[in-house]
Design a protein around this ligand. Sequence first.
Ligand code: AP5
Length: 190
Amino acid sequence: STGRKVVITGVPGVGKTTVINASLEALKEEGINYTSINFGTCMFEVACEQENVHDRDEMRRLDQDIQCSLQKTAAQVIARINENVIVDTHCTVSTPSGYLAGLPAWVLNELKPDIIVLVETDEDQILKRRLSDMSRQRDMEGYAAIKDHQRYNRYMAASYSMMTGCTVKIIKNLDYLLDNAISEMVTLLR
Ligand code: AP5
């Protein structure tokens, strides 16, 4: 397919969706358009039809083989889009049986990303953002677990880059500095 494929990742609550939405609005004013796809939403739509799932936070607790099959279906849907695409997803998903690759080989081969972005911030800020979001069933994780997860995501991004030749860009989304994150993202996507 044609068009640029940019995969944007970050641990839950880091604010990736906030940064993506604001960046796309700014780019639209410049006449640059991206279709933004939330991978979790894509998976959730399939999960609602096939599994007995009621909210998106249940998905990471499904059997491993079911999560993998949902991933594959979502990737195939996204791969068919012939435009500039942003995929809002996860480098790895924290499941009860350990970290699950968000972009295993069969997903990467469908998506063929040009760039993988890691949105990061200080772990204490992520903890605070999760605690203030009452609309979600967040995992109860402490500072150290979030730090491990962010570090592991960098390792995984490196391996995705080795597999596909994509670049890896780290964008910081710090408290009070959302505008900096947006401006970095806009520059990257322009
Ligand atoms: P997903 O839909 O990605 O949900 P999530 O992980 O919970 O991520 P959110 O969108 O809720 O958080 P966010 O980081 O985007 O933060 P937000 O912008 O809301 O995934 C759902 C599920 O789908 C996963 O659990 C998994 O099961 C599945 N899934 C997805 N991809 C998969 C894959 N590839 N393989 C397998 N499974 C997959 O912001 C959070 C808060 O922070 C907000 O209150 C916001 O106002 C605040 N905030 C943002 N920026 C700042 C700032 N700079 N300063 C202060 N506050 C800020």
